[in-house]
Design a protein around this ligand. Structure first.
Ligand code: OAD
Length: 229
């Protein structure tokens, strides 16, 4: 089977009612990113950081995977599909995708501020100051904040290097190192980009599918049979 690597961003979850970040009405219009999603924010105002992610988690529990997520599951019939997601939601998992790498962490998990290997599922939506790991240290959201390393980036780059086909869905490609992953894909492979809006990229061999994720993934499925094994 050919290896189909999919890089997803907030746009794939938009039709599930999850807000994107940089569009009009997006999360970073409502909040100052450095006040809720940075190590400095955690240092200065952990209550606000906790509240911000608790609200996101609460909304996520009410959300359901959409046609876009489900279409990627369907593609597993024909391809060895590997998803690399910048999203912290679990909608790819709930749709049933098998191979998912989270670059920016996972909203429904918490980790120890003392030992980053101690990671826990959060039951429900509420993580509190005072909730601790088994060694007695405060838990924090399991999210990669601005200014922090992206631990999974080397693994993601290696996955991109091994791609036969690359698909990019619902990301403005503004945030590095994630946006740089496109450069790791072999030069001669087909690359598709699904987004209802224009996205700037230096890769000039991309086939643009200018649609929302649900419709876009359906179109992609109809395009891909030509290049199946
Ligand atoms: P952005 O908000 O920057 O971009 C969302 C993209 O989704 C835009 O290109 C939209 O045009 C597109 N879009 C909107 N609706 C769509 C739909 N229905 N179907 C498909 N695409 C749609 O979000 P990201 O690129 O994911 O990081 O942002 C990257 C990172 O920046 C996030 O992971 C987050 C954020 O700060 C952290 O919080 C660490």
């Amino acid at each position: 089977m050919k290896k189909l690597v999919v890089l997803t961003g907030a746009g794939i979850s938009a039709e599930s009612g999850i807000k994107t970040f940089r569009e009009m009405g997006g999360l970073w219009e409502e909040y100052d990113v450095m006040e809720v999603a940075s190590p400095e924010a955690w240092e200065n105002n952990p209550e606000l950081v906790m509240r911000f992610y608790n609200e996101r988690r609460k909304k996520l529990l009410d959300a359901k995977p959409n046609e876009g997520h489900r279409g990627l599951v369907e593609l597993e019939k024909y391809f060895d599909v590997q998803i690399i997601t910048q999203n912290v939601d679990d909608l790819h998992e709930r749709a049933g995708s098998k191979n998912i790498l989270h670059l920016h962490g996972e909203l429904r998990k918490a980790r120890s501020t003392f030992d980053s290997n101690l990671i826990y599922d959060i039951n429900g939506w509420d993580l509190k100051l005072g909730d601790t790991c088994e060694k007695g240290h405060q838990l924090r959201p399991h999210i990669v904040w601005f200014g922090e390393e992206v631990p999974a980036i080397a693994e993601a780059a290696a996955i991109c290097e091994s791609a036969d086909i690359l698909v990019v869905i619902g990301t403005s490609l503004n945030v590095y190192p994630a946006a740089g992953l496109l450069d790791y894909a072999p030069k001669n492979i087909p690359v598709y980009l699904i987004d209802p809006n224009d996205v700037n990229t230096s890769n000039n061999t991309i086939t643009f599918i200018k649609e929302k994720a649900g419709t876009g993934v359906k179109k992609l499925i109809n395009l891909l049979p030509n290049i199946r094994n």
